[in-house]
Each structure stands twice: as C-alpha cells, then as structure tokens.
Write a protein that binds this ligand. Structure first.
Ligand code: OGA
Ligand code: MN
Length: 270
C-alpha cells in the first residue's frame, strides 16, 4: 500500500503506508521526492518506536547524531529535555539550523504526548512563496543578505535578557545567508528568513525590521501553510530547506513531547 492524498494545492501530503513498508525503505525514493515537492508529509497514527523512527530516517538521509543516537526529546519540560529553553524559540517561524552553514535537510517529529490545547505544527512552503514573486522582487531579493543568529530568536523568548545571557547566546554560531537560496541540486529557489533573521545587511534598523516583517507576512499567507493537528503517534516530516515551521502556542507547563530526528544538510546555504 502506498497512497498519497494532497492536503492543499501548494503544501502538505498525507501518505498511507504500512509501518513495515515505511521502516524498510521500500518507498524511500517516492517519500524523498514527496518531501521535496510537497514540503510536508504526514503519516497519521504511524506510532513509530524510537528505533523504527531512526531506521526510517536512515532510508531517506543521514541521521544527525544528536540526543540519544539521533532521537531528541522536544519538550518545554526541563526534566525531560536539556534544550527545553530553546524549545520556546519554536513558537516563531524558523528553519532548523539556520544559524549553521548547512541547515538540516529534513526534520521529523513523532507525537508522544500532546498539549492540552494549542500545539499544532505549521509549515510554510518558501519555494512556492518565492515562485509567486513578481520578477522585479526576485531581482531585488537576489541581492539581499541577512544575518542569522540565535540571539535574534532568544531576544523574543527572553525580552528581559541580561548581558550574561546575551554573551552566552553569542557563543553559538551565526551566519550571513542570502535571502534567496539557489539550490544547486534542483535548480529551485526558496526564501530564507524566520526568527533567526537578525538584520538585513546594508539597511538601517528601521528598514531592516520593516523589510523582514513584510516578507514574513508575505511568505506565511494561508496558501503556503499547512497546519498539522496532532494525534498521538502521528509522524510529520518536513523539507527543512524550502520551508519554515513553527509550533502554535501551547501552555508553558505542558507535558507535550515530540520525538525528533533531523537529517544532515547536504548543501551549504551560500
Ligand atoms: C522542531 C520544532 C515544532 C513543534 O522540533 O524543530 O520546531 O511543533 N518543532 O514542536
Ligand atoms: Mn524547528
């Protein structure tokens, strides 16, 4: 069994497949292709164990060895996750690893515990958003470079940050990326922005803030966004190179828990 149902015209496809076929990699090529073309792929109620998730992930890429052999616990509960503090940054649109030269190729989550309210995951297709731009905007944006830093996200999470916190965030990598990512393998282009976008080079603070807000409004319009409403056991995979994603608000004391695996980026964002 391998059936696909497109959820909306521009983003999101549900795949119906048996767990055995998913984990064995029998349809790995088809699934990889769907992730690229549809940005977000959902396997409802798949209920993968940690081992099964890692096995599946290995069929479509190289698993990043973080957490327990590639499986990270994503939660706001510091007794469950040692990166709980950074998880709050996921409430804002972002690209995983945008502060690195090689952002993750794809990210996948299995829902283990749901939040009492909120907590949907949203994914927007930034290939489609780029594609729809008028030619003069494509030309203008091709010259724009944006600084990405953890501090940009963390300033939103901790508006009352101390000097010591700022210094700590600044020990993490930051990058200057082009606004338009020209993917060498596919020839496609996507927009690179989100919560890590700190400022636009060669613009005043006012102009930079206005520019980034405007382009975020544009790229996150409904037609580019898939909203996943979770059921325990769902597996959601997104192409991290041509999307942004975020978690919709949920209670800060929620036990919501996602098992997360990322695949190594294959192309430098330059
Ligand atoms: C992530 C992430 C969103 C969510 O794990 O990278 O952004 O809904 N998660 O938990
Ligand atoms: Mn993320």
């Amino acid at each position: 069994m391998f059936e696909t149902i497109d959820i909306s015209p521009r983003v999101g496809t549900e795949v119906k497949i048996s767990k055995a076929d998913l984990v064995s990699g029998k349809y790995a090529a088809e699934i990889e292709d769907l992730i690229k073309k549809r940005s977000a792929v959902v396997f409802k109620g798949m209920g993968l164990s940690a081992e099964e998730q890692l096995e599946f992930a290995g069929t479509i890429g190289t698993v990043t060895l973080l957490g327990e052999n590639g499986l990270s616990k994503i939660s706001l509960d510091p007794t469950v996750s040692d990166t709980a503090d950074y998880t709050r940054g996921a409430f804002y649109w972002h690209i995983d690893g945008a502060n690195d030269l090689y952002p993750a190729k794809a990210t996948m989550l299995t829902a283990e515990t749901l939040s009492e309210w909120g907590g949907d995951t949203l994914i927007c297709n930034t290939y489609a958003a780029y594609d729809d731009l008028p030619d003069e905007k494509k030309e203008e944006y091709s010259r724009i470079k944006v600084r990405h830093a953890l501090e940009a996200t963390q300033r939103m999470v901790h508006p009352d940050y101390s000097y010591a916190e700022l210094q700590r965030w600044r020990t993490r990598p930051s990058q200057t990326h082009p606004l338009v990512w020209h993917h060498k393998d596919s020839g496609l282009k996507s927009l690179v922005m989100g919560a890590t976008a700190y400022y636009v080079h060669d613009m005043s603070r006012e102009d930079s803030d206005a520019f980034l807000a405007q382009i975020m409004d544009y790229a996150t319009q409904d037609q580019y966004v898939y909203r996943h409403k979770w059921t325990v056991g769902d597996l959601l995979v997104w192409d991290n190179t041509g999307t942004m994603h975020r978690a919709d608000t949920y209670s800060l004391d929620s036990k919501r828990l996602m098992n997360r695996t990322t695949l190594e980026g294959e192309e430098a964002l330059s």
